[in-house]
Design a protein. Structure first.
Length: 449
């Protein structure tokens, strides 16, 4: 069984991290020998390829979902996302880990019908034929049915009523169980196969035939309970004397802010998507689709029915003083087909995760989203976000001033401690380090120092 606790991993060199990960995730010893994407493969993925644009791939630790440990690969350009998710997952672990559940993998395929003379009788005619239509739809993709998927229902929505002087518009939703695929190609094929018959039944014309990215029949729900003590810093209080209860109440207040205000909800959800998208990217899934689905779903989650947060936080009322989190998000992702068929990095990411089923992958992504949200709110509700960002900034100033990989941490932490994160300060600390190194006694080949 995977162990997702790895304190000290961040201190290792990249080569040593790979060795650790290969052992931990049971990967092939050659897992990192080749590039995560080569030009030949890239050339078959999109058009007019001129190069490969890289992004860092990191691992988030401490994730335990429904009692099972996961090593979570994250592909992201933003500093601190991976560390923040790992830290928050550790706090959630202290309260028993993430509890997650996923709906059946039902995607919605839309067939638009226009110029419908009588929308309500058209709706009735289609609904009356639903069983037969479903048989026909399944026949359009027999291999999906063989894999246990297929059409599960048909819904007809009147978008624009027909009137004496105006024809109307319908949207027919084919609800399709796509099993472990993201499902876009599958459901588009079925919609195209069904559209003529639907138009005849409706006495209208075929419009668009395409999936809906508002995958609200394919939701993942995650819950977490965090002891207030786990929210405090190492000495029982995060810097500035913010104890666990105070941080918890700050997080609850931040959640209320997002529930009441779409301006805040957008940023709150951006923090969630920091975690979600990083796993979506690492596993070769369609992050634009997941983003579109998440925000369309969020558009009805606010306190007053408008845009609201995907994850909310409350203090437990059972006397424990725990912080309770709950997140709900559409998760249209797959573990087969699409990019996954060809992208070696995406295949490796799935191996690292040890996940084969799409619903399980969705749970990991949602948990990463909740962890990212918790980490952001905890920082915002206590010391503020800039402090963490400043230490990362200090590292980049140190690197820019010429610090080696071994010197970066020391230069950055000395600058942070001095509250002076400038190029000149980095240079003077580096000069001091060099003087100290030169003064150190040296071992010569042959023995004596
Ligand atoms: C930054 O990438 C994400 C945050 O803005 C999220 C939030 O405000 O909750 C810190």
């Amino acid at each position: 069984m995977t162990n997702s606790r790895a304190p000290g991993f961040y201190k290792l060199s990249i080569a040593d991290r790979r060795i650790d990960l290969i052992a931990r995730a049971g990967l092939d010893k050659t897992a990192f020998d080749g590039p995560l994407l080569d030009e030949q493969t890239a050339n078959h993925m999109i058009e007019n390829v001129v190069g490969i644009y890289g992004l860092p791939l990191g691992i988030a630790f401490n994730f335990q979902i429904n009692g099972k440990d996961f090593l979570v690969p994250m592909c992201v350009e933003e500093p601190s996302v991976v560390a923040a998710a790992s830290n928050a997952a550790k706090m959630i672990r202290a309260g028993g880990g993430f509890i997650a559940e996923a709906d059946e993998p039902i995607m919605i395929s839309q067939v638009q019908l226009t110029d419908v003379a009588d929308t309500f009788s058209a709706k009735r005619r289609i609904e009356a034929e639903a069983t037969e239509l479903m048989v026909q739809a399944d026949a359009a993709y027999p291999s999906l049915v063989k894999r246990g998927g297929g059409v599960r229902g048909i819904e007809v929505r009147v978008l624009e009523e027909s009137r004496p002087a105006q024809k109307g518009m319908l949207a027919v939703h084919l609800l399709i169980d796509v099993r472990d695929a993201m499902g876009a190609n599958l459901v588009n094929t079925i919609a195209e196969a069904m559209s003529d018959r639907l138009a005849r039944l409706a006495d209208g014309r075929v419009g668009l035939r395409i999936l809906s990215n508002l995958a609200d029949k394919r939701l993942v729900r995650v819950k977490a309970r965090i002891p207030a003590s786990a929210l405090a810093g190492k000495d029982g209080a995060v810097d500035g004397g913010f104890g666990g209860e105070r941080v918890r109440d700050g997080i609850v207040s931040a959640s209320r802010f997002a529930e009441l205000d779409p301006y805040r909800a957008a940023t709150h959800n951006k923090g969630i998507m920091n975690g979600v998208d990083a796993v979506v990217m690492a596993t070769g899934n369609d992050w634009r689709g997941v983003e579109a689905g998440a925000h369309a779903f969020a558009a009805t989650r606010g306190e007053h029915g408008g845009y609201g947060p995907l994850c909310i936080w409350r203090a437990a009322t059972d006397g424990s003083g725990d912080l309770l989190g709950s997140l709900e998000i559409p998760m249209a992702v797959g573990t087969v087909g699409g990019t996954l068929r060809v992208h070696p990095g995406a295949k490796l990411a799935l191996k690292i995760l040890g996940v084969e089923r799409a619903w399980e992958l969705g749970m990991v992504m949602a948990a990463a989203g909740m962890a990212s949200n918790l980490a952001a709110l905890r920082a915002l509700a206590s010391e503020g976000i800039q402090r963490g960002h400043m230490s990362l900034h200090a590292r980049s100033v140190a690197l820019h001033a010429g610090a080696t990989a071994e010197q970066v941490e020391r230069v950055a932490s000395e600058m942070s401690a001095l509250g002076d994160v400038r190029h000149e300060r980095a240079l003077s600390i580096l000069a001091e380090i060099q003087t100290q190194e030169l003064a150190k006694p040296r071992l010569h080949v042959g023995g004596a120092s």
